[in-house]
Design a protein around this ligand. Structure first.
Ligand code: THU
Length: 160
């Protein structure tokens, strides 16, 4: 037996003002999307904004359903919207933010496991890492330089 240490790396920003003007714009798009979420059941609104290689921004937000599992996360709405409208254009960045009606979200909101796997497929397919920024309503912003930092032992299609 031997131990394997797997490392992930994240950059931490104290506030939006530490980001580039372009990343601040992506953040504002995620906030705008978040505030249009349909989240009457959880009262937890998530916004996601994707930056394409050609500079375009595509957004998404969580869409809930009375049949709970039929709802969808903001990240997958944004990614699939980008992939379906702009097939062949690479995704360079994703910004995620969230707000709750129950309490202030002060910690970064990271994508759920299914969204990470979806992002992994996209990153592998486009052969280019996706930078993932995530934050709460207030507080620090974390940035992963690749989906690989968010999903150790990702399932990838070379196994099939
Ligand atoms: N949610 C997202 O949109 N993204 C995530 O990464 C985690 C959770 C949504 C799903 C549901 O509508 C609400 O947040 C509460 O789980």
């Amino acid at each position: 037996m031997r131990n394997l240490d797997i490392h992930s790396n994240f950059e931490e920003y104290k506030g939006i003002e530490e980001l580039s003007a372009s990343d601040q714009e992506l953040f504002r798009s995620a906030v705008e999307a978040r505030d249009k979420a349909y989240a009457p059941y959880s009262r937890f609104s998530v916004g996601a904004a994707v930056r394409l290689d050609n500079g375009l921004i595509i957004t998404g937000n969580n869409q809930e359903n009375a049949a709970y599992p039929s709802g969808m996360c903001a990240e997958r709405v944004a990614i699939w919207s980008a992939l379906s409208q702009h097939p062949g254009t690479k995704i360079s960045k994703l910004f995620i933010t969230a707000r709750s009606e129950k309490k202030e979200v002060t910690r970064p909101v990271s994508p759920c496991g299914s969204c990470r796997q979806t992002l992994a497929e996209c990153e592998i397919r486009q052969e280019q890492p996706i930078e993932v920024f995530f934050t709460g309503e207030t507080g620090i912003i974390l940035k992963a330089s690749s989906v690989r930092d968010l999903l150790a032992f990702m399932f990838d299609n070379t196994l099939l």
